[in-house]
Design a protein around this ligand. Structure first.
Ligand code: UDP
Ligand code: MG
Length: 338
């Protein structure tokens, strides 16, 4: 689908080419330290983009406080209060922590009808801001609806994270046939694609996969990921495993099929083994020891547990989806200018 200018943009433009209204969308969870540096940097970037005619003066930052228990929200409020243009710093605060994917999703769908382009990025500024002008230039040509930034490498991540991420993306591609790259949710989305995103009703979100699945025309840019600007990573091992499972099960039912074929292979393997044992018995040779038997039982039962686990993971997903609970609840909002 081509990128048609949003109705509001057309109205504001009134014939003359006008800079787009850009929203930077950032999920944040306990980021009081990082935000004190991030916000001034982004405001500086907004001014620079405005001077270059790449962003309209009404462009803004939109933070989604994912139920932080530190002073993230207080810091945001005071930064907004002290800013020359108060409505440049906006956002909402969740009642409780719902995870980064949901926070970012909420922030993005809130931009439907509010801006021309939304650019999502992390609050710790690990993403390379120097890519933003290029993103906007590409988007303004109107040929693509999504501009994704892909990490060239993970040099700034810890060794464990690097290894686990490589393994995860490799298995997504190889075993589960899910197209996946070293993406980091640093992405520009047009109003078109934001509206489409808001139509997706799934509760367990894996945004990178979802945006790819939507199938809008997109362009990729490559960059080196920086060190965190302040604070510490909020991605615990538990959260990473949760994201990996959601990443696989929300995009593909291939694992269910893999388990089925494993079962078939096991069945024929066991048939072969049984014929062999029968042949041995026919020759009058005793079947050696119980070790092989125990091993076999263990093997089969572990395979069954694996199959049950995979089915359970999908069943759990169905459970969450049919309940239809709200993805998040909002405690407070810092509104943007109309
Ligand atoms: N984040 C969030 N909710 C969470 C965990 C993280 O909104 O439950 C935000 C976090 O504040 C940051 C982004 O998601 O803006 C990425 O998190 P982090 O930098 O900790 O992850 P990493 O870069 O280490 O993978
Ligand atoms: Mg980070």
């Amino acid at each position: 689908m081509a990128n048609k200018p949003h109705a509001k943009e057309q109205k504001r433009t009134s014939g003359k080419a006008r800079a787009p209204r850009v929203a930077f969308v950032l999920p944040c969870y306990n980021e009081e330290d990082a935000l004190k540096k991030t916000v001034p940097k982004l405001l500086e970037l907004l001014s620079a983009l405005e001077r270059r005619g790449l962003a309209h003066a009404s462009s803004y930052l939109y933070f989604c406080d994912d139920g932080s228990y530190d002073d993230t929200w207080k810091v945001l409020r005071s930064l907004r209060k002290n800013d020359v243009k108060k409505s440049r710093i906006c956002g909402l605060r969740f009642v409780a922590n719902r995870g980064r994917e949901v926070a970012l999703y909420a922030g993005l769908v809130r931009q439907v009808g509010a801006c021309d382009y939304a650019i999502s990025l992390d609050a710790d500024l690990q993403d390379d801001l120097s890519l933003v002008p290029r993103m906007l230039e590409i988007a303004r040509k109107g040929e693509v609806d999504v501009v994704s930034a892909i990490r060239k490498s993970r040099r700034s991540d810890a060794l464990f994270k690097r290894l686990s991420a490589s393994l995860f993306y490799f298995s997504l591609r190889f075993f589960f046939r899910v197209p996946a790259e070293n993406e980091a949710d640093f992405r520009l989305m047009s109003q078109n694609s934001l509206r489409a995103l808001a139509l997706y009703r799934e509760r367990r979100i894996y945004l990178r996969g979802l945006v790819t699945r939507m199938g809008f025309r997109s362009e990729k840019l490559y960059y080196e990921r920086q060190e965190r600007i302040g604070g510490e990573t909020k991605y615990t091992l538990r959260k990473m495993i949760g994201l990996a499972l959601d990443g696989i099960t929300s995009q593909s039912t291939h694992p269910l099929r893999v388990v089925f074929f494993l079962g078939v292979v096991m069945f024929f393997g066991c048939l072969g083994l049984a014929s062999y044992f029968f042949y041995q018995w026919f020759l009058g040779e005793t079947v050696p020891g119980w070790a092989s038997l125990v091993l076999l039982i263990l093997f089969v039962s572990s395979l069954q547990s694996l199959a049950l686990g995979v089915v359970g993971e999908y069943l759990g997903k169905v459970f969450w989806e049919v309940r239809g609970n709200p993805r998040y609840l909002i405690e407070e909002e810092l509104p943007k200018e109309k």
